[in-house]
Design a protein around this ligand. Structure first.
Ligand code: PEP
Ligand code: MN
Length: 364
């Protein structure tokens, strides 16, 4: 008898739980609708005065046995959960997969970054001389490379190191790229140079040290030119996505993310390549993701296996520094490949089964 009563009571409790659940869901729908109306009016979703009114009404109507504080506490939880729902809806970033499912493809000189096949950006760390750029570009083109990199503005750790040729460097890389039908990828460090850079570059690079230079990000968002955004030295994946959001939210959707290694205690490599960032970024965002194997490793001897690893985890492309004579390079001499070493890297990738997007071109 006792047992039957217990079962009966439990069944009633189960029913009440379901009723409460249904009421909570209905409540959430209403809150959502109110939120939409508030959005139209541009008013804040959280209204503390209204919340207090609701709580006071509940306390006034409290029949017991719960005391007033318990009622306040329980309903505050419900209010917060509903507000949380609205926050989540609001929080979806434009760069997120939740906002846009299909991959964003950034097209540069007929090369589709984020398309079916990975791409390669290569070239010297810094633009130095016409001869250096010419030799680098023609050599790279023979390997099918059309995305030519080279820094004209160099954010160097020491103020005494080579700072780059500035606008003259941009003119030089543009001239070289035009001669060979290549595209220019070059770093811009100052918001006020973005506009000027448009006549020289096909892809604006925002370097690791400037990933959270918000004014630069905003300026890059105001133009309609692809942006290669590198992850900061100590930036989290989330911070990289927020930085990309600065650009995309201003209307420039052509953003390429780049994992280039992060600061850790490890000294064997220049930075620690966060390989897991690649599939995470691909999962979280629709933007293309590239891996810079030069700045992440800082060494040539492990470049091939690291490059393969990057492609194996789904990178949309690689960035490699290549200099005709690395021993005399004005920056990053240690990590730059010469043209022969670069050809070997390309061979190694091909024979490892990694096919890259190439432009079949003939060079005299
Ligand atoms: C570069 O690509 O030239 C460069 C300076 O890289 P990072 O910003 O990743 O250090
Ligand atoms: Mn470099």
């Amino acid at each position: 008898m006792n047992h039957e009563r217990m079962t009966e009571l439990r069944e009633q409790l189960d029913e009440i739980n379901i009723e409460i659940l249904e009421l909570l869901s209905r409540r959430a729908e209403l809150v959502h609708e109110i939120g939409e109306l508030k959005k139209l009016k541009g008013t804040d979703r959280f209204d503390p005065i209204r919340e207090k009114e609701m709580l006071d009404k509940l306390v006034a109507a409290n029949p017991g046995p719960f005391d007033d504080n318990t009622i306040r506490h329980l309903f505050k939880q419900i209010f917060q959960a509903s507000l949380g729902l609205m926050e989540e809806e609001k929080k979806e970033l434009l760069v997120s997969r939740k906002k846009k499912q299909e991959n964003t493809i950034v097209e540069v000189k007929g090369i589709r970054i984020g398309g079916d096949k990975p791409v390669m950006i290569a070239g010297p760390c810094s633009v130095e001389t016409p001869e250096q750029m010419d030799t680098a570009a023609s050599g790279l083109l023979k390997e099918g490379i059309v995305l030519l990199r080279g820094g004209a503005y160099k954010p160097r750790t020491s103020p005494y190191d080579f700072q780059g040729l500035g606008e003259k460097g941009l003119q030089l890389i543009r001239k070289t790229a035009d001669k060979y039908g290549m595209a220019v990828v070059s770093e811009i460090v100052s918001p006020s140079d973005i506009e000027m850079s448009l006549k020289y570059v096909d892809v604006i690079q925002i370097g690791a040290r400037n990933m959270q230079n918000f004014e630069l990000l905003k300026e890059a968002g105001n133009v309609r030119k692809p942006v290669l955004l590198k992850r900061g030295l100590s930036a989290t994946i989330e911070e990289l996505l927020f930085a990309a959001e600065y650009i995309v939210s201003r209307g420039n959707g052509q953003v390429i993310l780049c994992e280039r290694g992060i600061r850790t205690y490890e000294k064997a490599t220049r930075n620690t390549l966060d390989i897991s960032a690649v599939p995470i970024l691909k999962q979280e965002s629709h933007l293309p993701v590239m891996v810079d194997v030069s700045h992440s490793t800082g060494r040539k001897d492990i470049m091939l296996p690291v490059a393969k690893a990057a492609l194996a985890v789904g990178a949309d492309g690689l960035i490699v520094e290549v200099h005709p004579d690395p021993s005399v390079a004005l920056s990053d001499a240690k990590q730059q490949l010469d043209l022969g070493q670069f050809a070997k890297l390309m061979d190694g990738l091909r024979s490892g089964g990694y096919e890259l997007q190439m432009k079949p071109v003939t060079v005299k």
